[in-house]
Design a protein around this ligand. Sequence first.
Ligand code: ATP
Length: 243
Amino acid sequence: MSYSIEVENLTKIYKGFPANDGVNLKVPKGSIFGLIGRNGAGKTTLMKMILGFSSRTDGIIRINGKEREEELWKERGHIGSIIEVPAFYDEMSCYENTMYHAKLLGIKDKSVVERVLSEVGLSRFKTRKVKAFSLGMRQKLGIACAVLGNPDILLLDEPTNGLDPVAIAEIRRLLQRLNEKGVTIFISSHILGEMEKIATDYAFMMDGKVVESISAGDLKNTGKDLETYFLDIVGGDTDEKDI
Ligand code: ATP
């Protein structure tokens, strides 16, 4: 099997505190990979190191099989991402913001911008200023900008957090369409029911470590749903909603 992302013994120490403590993870090419963990488990830290936003204290990161620093940075250029809240210029329209990101990537062809806005369902709002956008519309715009460069990996940190059920379903379909076109999707989420609808593989993080990875097929064979499986791993209380 080939992997889009592999990390080995990845470690990040913040002033003596291990936010990632020897993480091992393999994201199969073509998968929709769900990274699941409680608040503070280390998911965002892991994603930031993969993207190179944050330096690592130790460990190996391999993207599309490449791990040497120069080659790794080249491969990072093939990742589209949203970490935390996507940043836009509120006074600019949806189209202008997307065009701005396109220009940063050296894309001059306006039809590319039109295409991605249509893909995420924002064509009819393209002249609207982003300050008038809802959270769901901002997330879709974030995904539009993340896919502008035709990435083969999409890395999304909690893209459906705070969205209503319609927006969640729209983003799910959008991600499924992108995945069908061959994009590997690495996604962190707290919404287990949603993850279960879309993910092909899971990794569970706890206290800075990946404590288990399992495919959706193998999870199904256990006879447990994702929530039960996860709570069994983290030793959680089913009444506790803060995961
Ligand atoms: P959440 O689901 O709440 O977003 P997370 O799993 O993404 O959480 P991280 O944001 O990666 O968790 O944080 C992991 C741990 O590292 C937390 O204890 C956090 O306080 C700590 N941490 C993260 N960033 C920093 C930083 N810049 N300086 C110091 N500690 C940090």
